[in-house]
Design a protein around this ligand. Structure first.
Ligand SMILES: C[S@@+](CC[C@H](N)C(=O)[O-])C[C@H]1O[C@@H](n2cnc3c(N)ncnc32)[C@H](O)[C@@H]1O
Length: 304
């Protein structure tokens, strides 16, 4: 079957979340129903999926409280983006950060001296001051800037709850500006509610019904990433159980997962999935030109 891979009309989330679903959106959307009353995402992460789905309203959840705090913050500014932008620009100037979109460029000499790392070299000291200020005052503007200028654009905290990501070799560029403006446009006037709960508690509270679509992109049991640390076999069983309950109540669900990854195989999920529709997804890991090069199998399992 031919697979649509163009992301031309898709919105990039301003979280630039590692492992987001941006590249797979055309394939996922092709498998979603046309009419959706409430679009429900128990693992919304950076939001790349909900930003690209049309529904009457949205119920979005993630266990990461800082991620949800930033979503709520951006949602609140969607009606007054000018205020958002003037505060961002004021902070960039006051910390003396580089910002390509404002024409604040790293000096030529430093760019020549540190060809591959000049953003990090230039912004490091300002970044550390901003990080110390954020840890003292929890200003969400600073948290967003720390993420954008930070290593791999992660949100990472130590066990004392202090933000501890080092500076990244990146800067606030036009791509970030475009993604933020698209986010504001996309959420403006929409009925959107964010939650910060474990997925099961979230589903119990909101009680999905027929007409809704629950899309789930949980951490994958057999791959490795920052948020997978929180996920284990017990979580996977709770997930499967919740999905069966949705099915019993005639609620449509679609769940992403990885069945094989290198030498690892998710037998529990694979056996469970056989009773539903399993759609193969051409994922980031798979070479489009050489089938033998694939070392992961990604699927979307749906009950409709
Ligand atoms: C694969 S990521 C989702 C990425 C998202 N689809 C995107 O495009 O940005 C999985 C998410 O699940 C969240 N998570 C992990 N355990 C959870 C739990 N028990 N309940 C709710 N969310 C959880 C993580 O914080 C992470 O953001």
């Amino acid at each position: 079957m031919a697979v649509t891979v163009s992301t031309k009309n898709m919105k990039r989330s301003p979280f630039f979340y590692v492992g987001d679903k941006f590249k797979l959106l055309p394939q996922l959307k092709a498998n979603f129903p046309k009419e959706i009353k409430r679009f429900i995402e128990p693992f919304c992460g950076g939001g790349s999926v909900f930003l690209n789905v049309d529904a009457d309203s949205y119920l979005l959840n993630d266990i990461d409280k800082n991620m949800i705090c930033l979503h709520k913050f951006l949602l609140a500014y969607s009606n007054e983006p000018n205020i958002f932008w003037s505060e961002v620009e004021r902070l960039i100037i006051s910390y003396n950060l580089s910002a390509t979109f404002m024409g604040r460029l790293v000096p030529q000499g430093l760019r020549k001296q540190f060809v591959k790392t000049y953003f990090a070299k230039y912004n490091k000291e300002a970044y550390h001051r901003m990080r110390a200020d954020y840890n003292a005052n929890h200003n969400p503007f600073l948290l967003y800037l720390l993420m954008i200028y930070g290593f791999n654009r992660f949100l990472r905290f130590n066990s004392n709850g202090e933000f501890n990501l080092p500076v990244g070799n990146v800067d606030f560029n036009q791509r970030v500006v475009n993604a933020l403006n698209e986010y504001f446009e996309r959420v403006q006037g929409k009925q959107i509610e964010f939650f910060n709960l474990d997925f099961q508690e979230f589903l119990e509270i909101i009680r999905p019904t027929a007409g809704d679509l629950v899309y789930l992109d949980p951490p994958y049991l057999i791959t490795f990433s920052e948020y997978n640390k929180l996920w284990n076999e017990e979580s996977e069983m709770r997930l499967i159980d919740s999905l069966d309950q949705l099915n019993a109540r005639k609620v449509r669900f679609a769940v992403s997962n990885i069945l094989w990854h290198r030498t690892r195989y998710n037998g529990v999920f694979n056996r469970w999935a056989q009773q539903y529709n399993i759609v193969n997804i051409q994922s980031n890991y798979i070479s489009f030109h050489d089938n033998t090069a694939k070392d992961s199998i990604e699927v979307l399992v749906k009950n409709f």
